[in-house]
Design a protein around this ligand. Structure first.
Ligand code: PBG
Length: 326
């Protein structure tokens, strides 16, 4: 027999053949676009560390959501930045809070979009912590009550999915219990089940307006990036507490975690390609160090290959608008 026995390159010679045997494709149906809605501004404010991404006043956020719906993207992930931050994060669960207003207005203007609300207190607390901070750590059970109130007010305002991101123990259970008690049976929970304490959230702090007030780190509640088995425990707990989708975050450096969850849980999986991932791609792309379009497609496809059904990415709008992704 002649050498070599197999020639995988036969299927790589022509573009058409490569297309034919391609195993994973990212489509705009997979993507979620994050949106920052800020209360105390009249015109959009660019986020310096994330070129192309903005904080929007309510009116422009609504226009942005309509444009996103028009592009055929299915979902937005909404973050609110209130004018007032206080100890109890009262604007997180205020009936007329910025996120609640945004949910109501976007629901009317873009009824075909799935509205996901980030359920956390860090944009709303004076100290930028994800809950009530006591004795050097977030007080778990005292904060759960506020998180559940926040999720309920988001559901009342029209959120299709609430996305608890504080990494507190039992947060999915308390949200599910209160939502069901108030008969929001069809409001789903996209759980940030495996959220690592990551340096890659750096640019988000500017986007969410917590760069000035937040000191320290979130290691007392977010996961240690060194741990994999613990990720399975977190996912297990959230699945048992009633999560409808599980998320891994950040995406790029945790593809092994995503694959492990894919192998162990039948729930839909989301991956959050975070602000630092966007910043690295965007800045290197703008500098011409690599081809931005190809790099973005390669990363998103890798995230899908690792097991994600849903990809949250700051590139969602741009990638679809520029025809990088169909
Ligand atoms: C917390 C939250 C964060 C992100 C999403 N939700 C920040 C944090 O946990 O410190 C980060 C997202 C990103 O970096 O793109 N509410």
């Amino acid at each position: 027999m002649s050498f070599p026995l197999t020639r995988p390159r036969r299927l790589r010679i022509k573009e058409s053949t490569r297309e034919l045997v391609r195993e994973f494709r990212v489509s705009k149906n997979d993507l979620v676009m994050p949106l920052f809605v800020r209360e105390d501004i009249k015109a959009k404010v660019p986020i310096q560390s994330m070129p192309g991404i903005f904080q929007f006043p309510l009116k422009e956020a609504v226009e942005e959501a309509r444009a996103i719906e028009g592009l055929g993207i299915k979902a937005v992930l909404l973050f609110g930045i209130p004018a007032l931050k206080d100890k109890k994060a009262s604007q997180a669960y205020a009936g007329d809070g910025i996120i609640q207003q945004a949910l109501r207005e976007i629901k009317k203007a873009a009824p075909g979009l799935t509205l996901i609300a980030d359920t956390c207190l860090c944009e709303y607390t004076a100290d930028g912590q994800c809950g009530i901070f006591k004795n050097g750590a977030v007080d778990n059970d005292a904060s759960l009550e506020l998180l559940a109130k926040t999720a309920l007010s988001q559901a009342e305002a029209g959120a299709d999915l609430v996305a608890p991101s504080a990494m507190l123990d039992g947060q999915v259970a308390v949200l599910r219990e209160l939502l069901d008690q108030e008969e929001f049976f069809h409001t789903g929970i996209l759980s940030y089940a495996v959220k690592y304490a990551s340096a890659f959230y750096g640019p988000f702090r500017e986007a969410a307006g917590s760069q000035d007030n937040f000191k320290g780190d979130r290691k007392n509640h977010q996961m240690d990036p060194a741990n994999l088995r613990e990720a399975l425990r977190e996912a297990q707990a959230d699945a048992e507490e009633g999560a409808d989708l599980l998320m891994v975050k950040p995406a790029w450096n945790n593809l092994d975690v995503l694959a492990a969850l894919r192998a162990n849980f039948p729930l839909p999986l989301a991956a959050y390609s975070v602000s630092g991932e966007y910043a690295m791609l965007k800045l290197a792309g703008q500098a011409g160090y690599f081809a931005e379009e190809a790099a973005v497609k390669e990363l998103l496809t890798s995230i899908k290959r690792a097991g994600a059904d849903v990809i949250i990415t700051y590139y969602a709008r741009e990638a679809v608008e520029r025809g990088w992704i169909d």
